[in-house]
Design a protein around this ligand. Sequence first.
Ligand code: GRF
Length: 215
Amino acid sequence: MAKPCKTAILISGSGTNLQAFIDAVASGGLSLELAVVFSNNPQAFGLERAEKAGIPTACIPHTDYPDRATFDRALIGELEPFAPELLILAGYMRILSPDFVAHYSGRILNIHPALLPLYPGLNTHQRVLDAGDKWHGSTVHFVTEELDGGPRILQGRLEVQPGETAEELARRVQAVEHRIYPEAAAWVGSGRAKFLNGQCWIDGKLAEEPVIFDY
Ligand code: GRF
């Protein structure tokens, strides 16, 4: 069997998606090596989750650095000893510098709580409710320099319920994220999904649209 892909997970907060990866690997359902968890926020609860799971952690506060480019160079310095082949952004609340994205080109994944290209940015659940949309969900995509704009791999979709609040919707979307993110990462880790020439390829075919799982 192929060696599990060496993976770094970057967080800034609670880390429920990180926990989903930890649980999936522990249960044998996900073949990744969780090599390091990095946070830019020393208070991030996700660091405790990682320590409890026996995963090495690294933390450097971005506030110690004069600008994004300098911080991201220090971040590369933290990650390189672990030689990560895949980077998972899991609630990592920092925009990445172009040099960082280029350094790990095609090897960074993000999850965004909306059906991209709809609703990039923040406050997605309320925006979906305000627009009266029928569908909402979450998207796993490759990271490029364009914020929330890289090629999409997998979307988890659900129907908005009448009278649902933004908090209720957020909880349901998060439960979907915990299922689709490890799945999409497994596809990339195994080479089933690939980033080539700025596009997503799945099973050797150009994926102009993401795979959609309905929940
Ligand atoms: C997720 O909802 C994800 O879509 C967004 O940040 C949130 C992270 O949550 N990018 P958690 O820290 O994994 O609980």
